[in-house]
Design a protein around this ligand. Structure first.
Ligand code: FAD
Length: 406
């Protein structure tokens, strides 16, 4: 690798790393930035395996980073996609209560949405649900006009092209797995198979590997990353007409997952999912993938066992559904009773990085920590892809404050 000395190295070319790099590059055009990713392409993990939804900010605790940055980032993302011609569509979504006992939770979500500034959301009744989605059955719902769909890998490719246009010495370097990270004086040395990179500052946005990169850098994070795979089914040609846009259930408040939903994809097709299954391999997309180190790290951690103890029934149900199309279909039929086996074909999957505290609780909000000349993003779960540009601004501000950048 030639020209391996940079002002800033960003580890991870997902939505968060690339947005952060772009925001910093635009603010400091003279700064030489290297974005390092271990894979051959950008957005190879969470960002490229997600549901492709521009979230509205409906669910998140008012005042949290998630709530603020989702709302801010959503609008900015749409503007970015317009400007740089990335496929997107602000088509809106409905959240649907199938049974009476879900109504108090629906009310709560509605109130949270209003508190987060979503003044255009509407409570809808069973007839209005049918107007939006003729095959959907529910007793009440919420219409959310802000929600959209987007090509997140397209967003990342656009960002990766924009960065070196601002500074021709900046680079997005793929195939560069960070295997060692150490500091001498005020310079960080980063070893990769493509050579050594030296940088004055480091920002790590490594998703499923974020806790390991933090430990490599000498930080001792309180949390550990545990992976939760989400499997999708595609609607077949014959079933595709049963969904127009996006249909979501009322989520279980005990979990940071939104429940299996129906999503029209911006590049075509309709997906149903994802479920949430504990994985034995952090970047394992197959149902039986296994990695010794990942399993040892997860099962050797008290937080994982505390999580299992608290939520064993939910976990078991999700496992059963992962291996049974009939059970998956049954869950989808709560909202779309007319769906049949032939409407579903197995699709892709994604793995979410969940930061787990030792007591088994899942860290809810976005989280980053400073360590000497580095900032480590330790938790960037959904809606971090939606919020990526706003997260970039937030990390820029943090770097200015912590590193006295002027
Ligand atoms: C199934 C699923 C559905 C989701 N749906 C949505 C949605 O619809 N809308 C939404 O807003 N959010 C959604 N999310 C969440 C969203 O995708 C993530 O919050 C977001 O993509 C996180 O981005 P990131 O850049 O932090 O992580 P990632 O996209 O995972 O990027 C991390 C990068 O770091 C790289 N890396 C790791 N280790 C190293 C190393 N040692 N050296 C170099 N590089 C390294 C990886 O290769 C990777 O490219 C979903 C997530 C999943 C998994």
């Amino acid at each position: 690798m030639n020209g391996n000395v940079f002002d800033l190295a960003i580890i991870g070319a997902g939505a968060v790393g690339l947005s952060t790099a772009w925001k910093i590059q635009r603010h400091y055009p003279d700064m030489r930035i290297a974005v390092l990713d271990k894979e051959a392409e950008v957005s190879a993990h969470q960002t490229g395996h997600n549901s492709g939804v521009i979230h509205s900010g409906l669910y998140y605790k008012p005042g949290s980073l998630k709530a603020r940055l989702c709302v801010q980032g959503r609008d900015e993302l749409v503007a970015f996609c317009r400007e740089y011609e990335v496929a997107h569509d602000v088509c809106g979504k409905i959240v649907v209560a199938a049974t009476e006992d879900e109504l108090p939770r629906l009310d709560k979500i509605f109130a949270t949405g209003l508190a987060n500034g979503l003044s255009a959301i509407e409570r809808i009744d069973a007839r209005q649900i049918l107007e939006h989605e003729p095959y959907c059955r529910g007793i009440a719902g919420i219409w959310v006009p802000y929600t959209g769909i987007v090509d997140f890998p397209g967003v990342c490719r656009a960002l990766a092209q924009l960065i070196p246009r601002v500074n021709r010495h900046s680079k997005v370097i793929t195939g560069a797995e960070v295997v060692q990270l150490y500091r001498k004086g005020n310079v960080s040395y980063i070893e990769t198979p493509r050579g050594q990179v030296q940088a004055r500052y480091v920002i790590a946005c490594a998703g499923l590997e974020s806790d390991r990169i933090a430990r490599m850098d000498g930080l001792r994070p309180q949390v550990r990353i545990v992976g939760f795979r989400g499997d999708y089914y595609d609607l077949s040609e014959q079933g595709m007409h049963k969904v127009r846009n996006l249909i979501y259930p009322v989520p279980n408040p005990a979990f940071p997952f939104l429940g299996v939903h129906f999503t029209r994809m911006v590049l075509g097709g309709v997906e149903c999912g994802p479920n949430a299954v504990f994985v034995f391999k952090r970047e394992g997309y197959g149902k039986t993938d296994f990695d010794f180190r990942d399993t040892r790290d997860a099962l050797g951690y008290a937080g994982t066992w505390n999580l299992f103890c608290k939520h064993w029934r939910f976990g078991l149900d999700e496992y059963r559904r992962a291996f049974s199309k009939a059970r998956f279909l049954k869950q989808l039929q709560r909202l779309l009773p007319g769906l049949v086996m032939e409407d579903l074909v197995p699709g892709r999957s994604g793995v979410r990085a969940m930061a787990l505290a030792p007591d088994g609780s899942m860290v809810d909000d976005f989280a980053w920590e400073t360590h000497q000349n580095a900032i480590h993003v330790l938790n960037a779960p959904s809606p971090a892809a939606t919020a990526c540009l706003a997260i970039g601004d937030e990390i820029l501000a943090k770097a200015q404050e912590e590193f006295a950048w002027n």
